[in-house]
Design a protein around this ligand. Structure first.
Ligand SMILES: *[C@@H]1O[C@H](CO)[C@@H](O)[C@H](O)[C@H]1NC(C)=O
Ligand SMILES: *[C@@H]1O[C@H](CO)[C@@H](O)[C@H](O)[C@H]1NC(C)=O
Ligand SMILES: *[C@@H]1O[C@H](CO)[C@@H](O)[C@H](O)[C@H]1NC(C)=O
Length: 372
């Protein structure tokens, strides 16, 4: 009986131990593999409590499948990803920052980011994007910063940034942009910085910046701009910095710059092939007398033409540019003065003659009367 009892107790004990072991195993597994760790893709680093997932330089050719759902910053930079498929981030709706720079992305499918309603920064620079379709920006109403430098964009139109209502900074440096259609930036009334340096713009048409009333910085350096429409900067009433350095300007359009209606704006113009003649000197003199405009690098402007003045600083030759004109004006003035004086003299002489004649007739009349 006792033997039976003890063997029974032993069995019961064994089952209990087994049960405990299984339980321990389960708890152990759930400790090491419970979210977020259970959902970290090999090649990524997911310190879950920081809400950061880093998958940089992981040789990915497509987006990783398993990213912890509480991730707020996802770093996928320096991989070989080439396509961003539709609704790619439906399990990561808490993302605030998404870094995709230095990949091989040429296709961003429509609605790729549409579920990222909290996304504030998106970095797509150093990729191969050549087209932005309307679907690209769907759902990105709270995006504040979009980095698209070093891509292959050649033209912007009204669909490119359609849904980016809250954007503050847009970086399009070093693309191949030749054309900006009117209304390309029409949804961006909150944009504060627009970087278009190192593109291939040749002119600036009225209307392309028409809705950018919050824009503070407009960087157009390193393009091929040789002309600007008179009203192109007129809508930019908050602009504090306009950088047009290193373009193809040889003359300065006075009306374009006069049309900048701001409290104060700094304008950079060096590195342009200025045609240093009297007109240029006059326009710059007028511009420099406008209180709200600051031509910060005026002392660095160099002449490209005429050939005798090539590489001279405009500031060093400006006093001589209008000498020929001054001499001409002087000759004309002197001629006019002489002509007028001569005319006056002639007139005076004629008048005197007439008065003398009148005098004589009057006296003759009087003598006639006295004869009677
Ligand atoms: C980049 O994408 C192109 C297709 O767009 C492909 O031919 C090329 O092999 C990709 N390069 C790398 C390094 O993945
Ligand atoms: C724009 O992008 C370029 C290239 O990535 C970078 O060097 C530059 O700092 C960016 N500018 C701004 C204002 O974000
Ligand atoms: C003028 O050019 C010099 C030399 O390139 C540069 O150091 C300086 O900052 C420039 N001045 C302005 C006002 O841009």
């Amino acid at each position: 009986m006792t033997v039976f009892m003890s063997s029974c107790g032993f069995r019961a004990m064994m089952s209990l131990v087994l049960l405990l072991l299984v339980a321990a195993e389960v708890t152990c597994r759930s400790h090491t593999h419970s979210p977020p760790h259970a959902r970290c893709e090999p090649g990524c680093d997911c310190p879950g409590d920081l809400r950061i997932t880093t998958c940089s330089r992981a040789l990915f050719t497509q987006l990783p499948g398993r990213v912890p759902s509480n991730t707020e910053l996802l770093d996928l930079s320096d991989n070989h990803i080439s396509v961003i498929p539709q609704r790619s981030f439906s399990n990561n709706r808490k993302l605030r920052v998404l870094l995709l720079q230095n990949n091989n992305i040429s296709v961003v499918e429509d609605s790729s980011f549409s579920q990222l309603e909290f996304l504030q920064k998106l970095d797509l620079s150093w990729n191969r994007i050549s087209v932005l379709t309307e679907g690209f920006s769907i759902g990105l109403a709270f995006l504040r910063e979009l980095q698209l430098a070093h891509n292959y964009l050649s033209s912007l139109d009204s669909r490119s940034f359609l849904h980016l209502d809250g954007l503050q900074r847009l970086n399009l440096t070093s693309n191949r942009i030749q054309t900006i259609h009117v209304r390309s930036f029409s949804s961006m009334s909150t944009l504060r910085q627009l970087h278009l340096e190192d593109n291939q713009l040749t002119s600036l048409k009225s209307g392309i910046f028409s809705m950018l009333r919050s824009l503070e910085v407009l960087n157009l350096a390193g393009n091929l701009i040789s002309g600007t429409d008179n009203g192109v900067f007129k809508p930019l009433t908050s602009m504090t910095l306009l950088n047009m350095a290193d373009n193809q300007l040889s003359v300065v359009n006075f009306k374009t710059l006069l049309n900048i209606h701001t409290y104060s704006t700094h304008i950079l113009l060096e590195g342009n092939p200025w045609n240093c003649d009297c007109d240029l000197q006059r326009v710059f003199r007028k511009l420099r007398s406008i209180q709200r405009l600051f031509l910060d690098d005026y002392s660095n402007l160099t002449c490209k033409a005429p050939p005798v003045l090539q590489d001279y600083l405009l500031m060093d030759v400006e006093n001589e540019l209008c000498i020929a004109e001054t001499v001409t004006v002087l000759i004309i003035t002197v001629t006019v003065v002489i002509t007028v004086l001569a005319a006056m003299l002639m007139g005076e002489r004629k008048r005197k003659k007439r008065r003398r004649a009148l005098h004589w007739t009057h006296q003759e009349d009087l003598s006639d009367e006295s004869d009677h």
